[in-house]
Design a protein around this ligand. Structure first.
Ligand code: NAG
Ligand code: NAG
Ligand code: NAG
Length: 467
């Protein structure tokens, strides 16, 4: 009888555990306000798909539940925070919840920097950051300026009123820059850059599709095309790597630095792909910048006037870029409006506390950076493009953590942000010195947030030369 009682009690406990395990809502051991799972297995994933993107979902979530809120990624309790003072409490955290970034794995490879964690991960990050940090220099500027000058020269030859596809041109320009500083001069051949950039686009479109829940059959043509593009992308980087190993070098590029550090070949290739992914953000930021300039003539004229006042008739130089203060404001406001990378995430191996709530260990914590970039709590009229909000007085009165356009400030702040600013400032300066930009009438330009926020369709402009 006793045996049976023990059995019965154990069995009931066993059942309870199963129920707790399988049905996430009932396991909720947190005081954080938030959503119950809408599906026992998938949690709130159907709601995310319905919202169109994680960013859109988080906007609704925080609107309803405040700056700290929870939801269910499948059976994983996930917390999202959307306030500078909450971000502050995460500044020291480095590790990422790998599951939230697995999307990238098929193209970057398993050994990518994007998922490296712990002591080893920190070491790799430091090395990589140092390399990227030193790339922002005068010689890089000079090379990239040549690429930008080529673009404006080409635009000068176009018939007036010709409709210009901005995304296509910015993709070509930024990919040229990225492959040159990343992988070297075997890429100076325009055809190879084009080929590389096509393969990247195939990969990217596939990642964007997967975010919407559309996963291809492994045997399908779609999957075959995707795998082939990934293979070609990685092979091109491998080819450059081999050519660098046997070469006298004048100019050190990303691959050379990684070779010098004895980073294993597979890892170099993985990190090379990450470098390209990060440059896709530059492409999108440039398209948004041109779009906002073309739709805000007053801002465009102020940028032009500043260029005339500061640069005048001399040529644009690396040192002068930092004196273009208004242009910086325009870039910052572009990044705020566009929210190119609207969220990131961290996790810890121990229980912690955020905003007075216990966060159980290993809980993914999302920093909803884009929600804050668009929040009325930190920006007046957040939907309006207004570079003046970044003038000194305004900037000083706002928490620095309200403006995190490239991922999260702290241990993993994007090391490339200076390099990105340099590129954006350079390209915009070169273009705006030469041309007035006009949006072709009748376009509705909508942001599409899948992985990196880009305009849903191509953006078309016309240009007129400045005298
Ligand atoms: C500037 O960056 C380039 C890589 O783009 C590198 O080859 C060069 O060594 C750097 N120069 C300095 C002074 O760090
Ligand atoms: C733009 O943003 C960066 C931080 O991301 C900041 O350091 C810089 O001061 C800002 N510039 C202006 C003019 O607001
Ligand atoms: C990354 O770190 C998190 C938290 O520390 C841990 O749960 C996860 O297993 C780690 N992943 C890898 C690949 O090390």
């Amino acid at each position: 009888m006793l045996d049976f009682a023990i059995f019965a009690v154990s069995f009931v406990i066993f059942l309870l555990i199963i129920v707790f395990y399988l049905y996430p809502g009932s396991a909720k051991a947190t005081s954080i306000p938030g959503m119950d799972p809408s599906d026992p297995k998938e949690g709130n994933v159907p709601d995310i798909l319905q919202a169109g993107s994680l960013h859109n979902f988080l906007e609704n979530l925080h609107e309803e539940h405040g700056p700290i809120a929870s939801f269910w990624m499948g059976s994983t309790l996930t917390v999202s925070i959307a306030a500078p003072e909450l971000f502050e409490q995460q500044l020291h955290v480095f590790d990422k919840p790998v599951d939230l970034f697995t999307l990238y794995k098929p193209i970057t490879g398993d050994g990518s920097l994007l998922f490296s964690n712990g002591t080893e991960g920190r070491k790799r990050r430091q090395q990589f950051d140092k390399i990227i940090y030193h790339m922002n220099n005068e010689s890089t500027f000079t090379q990239l300026k040549e690429f930008a000058d080529e673009l404006t020269k080409k635009w000068t030859t176009l018939p007036t009123e010709q409709h210009i596809p901005v995304f296509q041109y910015m993709m070509a320009l930024c990919m040229k820059a990225c492959t040159y500083i990343g992988f070297g001069d075997c890429f100076l051949d325009g055809k190879e850059v084009l080929e590389f950039s096509r393969n990247f686009e195939i990969c990217w479109i596939e990642l964007e599709a997967r975010v919407t829940g559309s996963v291809p059959d492994p045997e399908s043509l779609r999957n075959e095309r995707f795998l082939e593009a990934v293979e070609r992308l990685q092979e091109t980087i491998r080819k450059s790597l081999h050519s660098r190993q046997s070469k006298e070098k004048k100019n050190l590029i990303l691959l050379d630095h990684l070779i010098e550090l004895n980073v294993p070949e597979e890892q170099i290739i993985n990190d090379g792909v990450v470098f390209v992914v990060k440059h896709y953000s530059v492409v999108c930021a440039m398209v948004w910048a041109i779009y906002f300039l073309a739709t805000h003539k007053d801002v465009q004229e102020k940028v032009y006037k500043e260029l005339k006042d500061v640069v005048g008739s001399s040529t644009l130089s690396y040192t002068v870029l930092s004196k273009l203060k208004y242009l910086r404001q325009v870039i910052n406001e572009t990044l705020r409006m566009a929210a190119v990378e609207p969220w990131t995430a961290r996790c810890q191996d121990l229980d912690t506390e955020i905003g007075g709530h216990i966060i159980p260990k290993k809980t993914p914590v999302i920093q909803a950076l884009g929600v804050v970039l668009h929040s009325e709590n930190y920006w007046s009229l957040p939907k309006t493009f207004n570079p003046d909000r970044f003038d000194e007085d305004d900037t000083n009165s706002r928490s620095k953590l309200a403006f995190q356009p490239f991922g999260f400030s702290g241990k993993r702040q994007c090391p490339g942000s200076d390099l990105v600013y340099m590129q954006l400032a350079l390209y915009i300066s070169v273009i705006c010195t030469k041309f007035q930009l006009h949006l072709v009438d009748g376009q509705v330009v909508n942001p599409l947030q899948r992985v990196i926020t880009r305009p849903e369709d191509e953006v078309w402009i016309t240009i007129s030369p400045r005298s």
